[in-house]
Design a binder for this molecule. Sequence first.
Ligand SMILES: Nc1ncnc2c1ncn2[C@@H]1O[C@H](COP(=O)(O)OP(=O)(O)OP(=O)(O)O)[C@@H](O)[C@H]1O
Ligand SMILES: [Mg+2]
Length: 219
Amino acid sequence: MSGERRGFFITFEGPDGCGKSTQARLLVAWLKEQGFDAVHTFEPGGTALGRELRRLLLDEGAPVSPVAEMLLMAADRAQHVEEVIRPALARGAVVVSERFVDSSIVYQGAGLGLPEEQIRQVNAVATGGLAPQLTFFLDLDPAHAFSKEGGASDRIEGRGLQFQRAVWTAYHRLLEREPDRWVRIPVAGRPVEDVQADVRRAVLERLKVAGGARGEAAP
Ligand SMILES: Nc1ncnc2c1ncn2[C@@H]1O[C@H](COP(=O)(O)OP(=O)(O)OP(=O)(O)O)[C@@H](O)[C@H]1O
Ligand SMILES: [Mg+2]
C-alpha cells in the first residue's frame, strides 16, 4: 500500500472523552498554518454513509449484536478509506483521523469479546491494508475521562467502567506490540495546550523522518 501513498496518515486513539477531537482539530489547524495540505476526519461517521451508520451504532435504537457492530464499524471504515482517506493521501495530504482499526480491536475485541484475528481479517478487507504511520494514544484512566459538554453519553459510552477499563488495558497491549507506530501521551490533569505541544513535537519528528512529506504535503 505504501507505494501508492504520498501523504502521511495519523490517527488518534484513546478512551471516550480523552480529548481526541480537541487535539486532532488543533493539530490540523496548526499543520495548515505551516503550509501543509491537512485533512481532519473521524470514525464512525466521516462520510454520508458513515453518518447513517453512526446513528445506527451509537443512538439507542434497534439492538446491534457484537458481530453486527464490528461489521458496521468496518463498513463505515471501508467507505471512509475509499471516499476520504485514500484520495487525500494520494494527493499528498496529511490525514488526521479520530479512530481507525485499533478502535475496533479494543472496543469490539477486548470490550465485546470478539476474536482479534477475525476483526483484523475483516478490517484488512475494509482498509485494503491501509495503516496509519503514526498513532497517538491519549492516555486517560477511564475513571477520570473528561465529562462531555451536554453530559449525554451514547450507546458505547454507556457500557460502564468495566468495559472502558478493558478497552484501556487493550490499548496498552497494542502499544507494547507496535512501539514504533504509537506515541503515548498522558493527558490527566494536563492543559490542552501541553498535550498539543507533545503532539506537534512528535508529528514534526515523524514528518522529518518520512522525508519529503512536507514538500509533498505543502501546496
Ligand atoms: N486536556 C484537557 N483538559 C481538560 N479538558 C479537556 C482536555 N482535553 C479535552 N477536554 C475537554 O473534554 C471534553 C472531551 O474532549 P473531546 O471531545 O476532545 O474528547 P474525545 O476523545 O473526542 O471524546 P469522544 O470520545 O466523546 O469523541 C471536551 O469538553 C473538551 O473540551
Ligand atoms: Mg470526539
